[in-house]
Write a protein that binds this ligand. Structure first.
Ligand code: FUB
Ligand code: ZN
Length: 633
């Protein structure tokens, strides 16, 4: 059994990690949002995704490569192997909790097909076999060979940590050895057009203690922006920005180009600064983070404004209907923020992670776990629905792997004690080294209710800190220990740190304010001027056609002084808290497209009930119209 069994990331010996993750297997989720979704993914989605991979020729591609099946051509996109790997990574986390014998058999059978396809030199990419074998590594900027390896290595690590078996891990090690033998200083200089390998190699280093894997990850990052010779035809700067190759990574200040690539790059960079001193890399990461979250992120935490290049737009370019907002980009933001949190322990990273998780990540999967969004727009004129799979199906298995590993993101430890990042009903039992264990139950209806009750079942020895995240929106948070004020600073946007000798039975109670908030955007986000988005706790809301039979949601307005009430509807959309207000119907039917006179008719024509649902559950009742930003009128 691997020493890292049950672990998401092994930061135990990372010299610059302020926080260390608590293994997934030490955390139980029993809440109403994550637990049902995770159960569906574990019990149905993973199998369904592997079946999709079978149906679409993705697994046959491995059989073709191994010679087990005679098939003339590679099926599908050049990076289709990665979808199989991502589904298997989700499976690796599911195996930590246990899956049915049938699913385990299927998982192992797919791994066997992969292993059989590996070439004697360690190479493994099913798109570059037979007639295309000579094209190996000839177009790294477009053809994703390292990207696929990255996903394979991550999946193999998760499988090893979930089962203790090395069947998949050995394949990944052969791939990594092949990479180390082929690329790096003094060998071939190259970098892939889609970042991903870097974070995988960093974790492989943590898993094996083999420094060469981390060095190769650093080398791949170092190639960016300074090796134009590998880029066919030396494309223009914009094209180089697409894959973040326009500047050396340490000189970058603005997130540009393909949003998933950019997030995977910053994630890999953060992995590097967790493992070693690199002041210039750190400074770049802070600049890139500030740029992302002060200029380019949607209120839902989604990233990527443009369809063209699936890319970030300019500063403040955040269209709503045409938001690209790929599910994978929001997932990438979770990976990045999680690592920044581990590095610095700053609550702003956990806030950003939570915003993405509750809004733009889970909007990507339907309530039944069978439908996916690729784009997550913030307004829809109708007709946009989730799909069960895509030709380019990066998002579905990405959601599956993130949600299967989510318990690993909820808590951390440090030398002083336990940190709580995500409030999820259930329990945690964290190993605090010489202090012993801190085990506690978490009782809460969060994110619907702000009351969070923690009760210690097992107390560590000696003064120990419990650090509780106070989200930035929680301006009146209250904290009690055994019914008395905790006597510590409770500042929104930071961690409240309670240090004491704990005893089993101690109770901590945190009350976060769950009032509905009107959120406004920077005036340079032109399309949101005069509009508000509604939020309550970490949840961003939207108005949807299904709740507004008598008014077009594109004509809904909210008076500035309208009271916003909330109530929980247990039978609606899996159980959600909705917001209600007396809205106004705006006249959306002027006859002219343009005219010199003001459109007086744009004023309110009457009051009408406005009901807002959490954004993440939209489009589960048909593909009606939807808006997040509502005119304040
Ligand atoms: O290129 C691989 C993946 O497919 C990207 O991350 C997605 O944006 C999609 O293009
Ligand atoms: Zn995607």
């Amino acid at each position: 059994m691997s020493k890292t069994s049950g672990v998401l990331m092994d930061l135990g010996r990372s010299p610059h990690a302020r926080l260390r993750p608590v293994p997934l297997t030490a955390v139980e989720f029993a809440d109403g949002v994550w637990a049902p979704r995770r159960a569906t993914i574990r019990e149905e989605t993973i199998r369904e995704q592997l079946v999709q991979c079978e149906k679409t020729g993705r697994i046959d591609n491995f059989r073709r490569a191994s010679g087990r099946r005679e098939i003339a051509d590679h099926q599908g996109l050049v990076f289709n192997d990665s979808d199989v790997y991502k589904a298997l990574e989700a499976a690796g986390y599911a195996l930590m909790e246990g899956v049915s014998p049938e699913l385990e058999e299927l998982i192992e059978a797919v791994i066997d097909e992969i292993a059989a396809a590996q070439q004697p030199d360690g190479y493994l990419n099913t798109a570059f076999m037979f007639n295309r074998a000579s094209a190996r590594y000839t177009n790294l900027t477009q053809e994703h060979e390292f990207y696929c390896y990255g996903h394979m290595i991550q999946a193999a690590i998760a499988h090893r940590r979930g089962t203790g078996r090395d069947t998949f891990f050995d394949v990944a090690i052969r791939v990594a050895e092949h990479l180390v033998a082929t690329f790096g200083p003094g060998k071939r200089d190259a970098t892939d057009g889609h970042e991903e390998i870097e974070m995988a190699l960093a974790e492989l280093y943590r898993e094996t203690d083999e420094r060469k894997y981390l060095d190769l990850a650093i080398d791949f990052l170092d190639q960016r922006g300074k090796n134009p010779s590998v880029i066919p035809d030396r494309p223009r700067r914009r094209e180089r920005e697409y894959y973040q190759d326009h500047l050396p990574v340490r000189e970058q200040s603005e997130v540009v180009g393909h949003a998933v690539r950019a997030m995977y790059m910053t994630t890999g960079m953060t992995d590097v600064i967790l493992e070693g001193e690199d002041a210039a890399m750190e400074a770049a990461l802070h600049r890139l983070w500030d740029n992302t979250y002060s200029r380019k992120a949607y209120v839902t935490g989604a990233l990527g404004a443009r369809y063209e290049g699936e890319a970030f737009g300019d500063n403040y370019e955040l269209p709503n209907e045409r938001a690209y907002a790929e599910t994978c980009a929001a997932i990438g933001a979770v990976f990045w923020n999680w690592r920044m949190l581990a590095r610095y322990g700053d609550a702003k990273y956990a806030d950003a992670m939570e915003t993405a998780l509750f809004n733009s990540v889970i909007s990507g999967i339907s309530l039944d776990g069978q439908g996916y969004f690729y784009m997550n727009p913030l307004a829809s004129p109708g007709g946009y629905a989730r799909d069960s799979w895509f030709e380019c199906s990066c998002c579905p298995p990405n959601v599956a792997r993130l949600l299967m590993s989510l318990p690993g993101y909820a808590y951390s430890t440090d030398d002083d004690g336990l940190w709580v990042h995500l409030y999820v009903s259930g329990s945690v039992a964290a190993d605090l080294g010489e202090r012993g264990r801190l085990a506690m139950s978490v009782d809460t209806e969060y994110p619907w209710d702000g009351a969070i009750r923690l009760k210690l079942a097992e107390a560590p020895g000696g003064p120990t800190t419990l650090a509780l995240r106070i989200p930035a929106w929680a301006d009146t948070a209250e904290l009690l220990v055994n019914g008395e004020p905790a006597g510590v600073e409770v500042v929104p946007g930071s961690y409240a740190r309670i240090t004491r000798e704990w005893a089993a039975g101690d109770a901590v109670s945190l009350e976060l304010p769950m009032r509905a908030r009107r959120v406004r955007s920077h005036p340079r986000v032109l399309n949101n001027r005069g509009h508000v988005a509604l939020a309550r706790g970490p949840i961003v809301y939207c108005v949807e056609e299904a709740d507004h039979a008598d008014v077009d949601v594109y004509d809904l307005g909210l008076p500035p002084d309208a009271t916003i009430a909330s109530h929980h509807e247990a039978d609606l959309l899996g159980g959600v808290t909705v917001l209600e207000a007396e809205g106004v119907e705006l006249n959306g039917k002027p006859t002219n497209l343009y005219q010199e006179q003001p459109f007086a008719a744009l004023g309110a024509t009457g009051s009408t009930p406005l009901k807002a649902i959490p954004y993440f559950v939209w489009a589960n009742r048909g593909a009606g119209k939807m808006r997040v930003w509502i005119p304040e009128a």
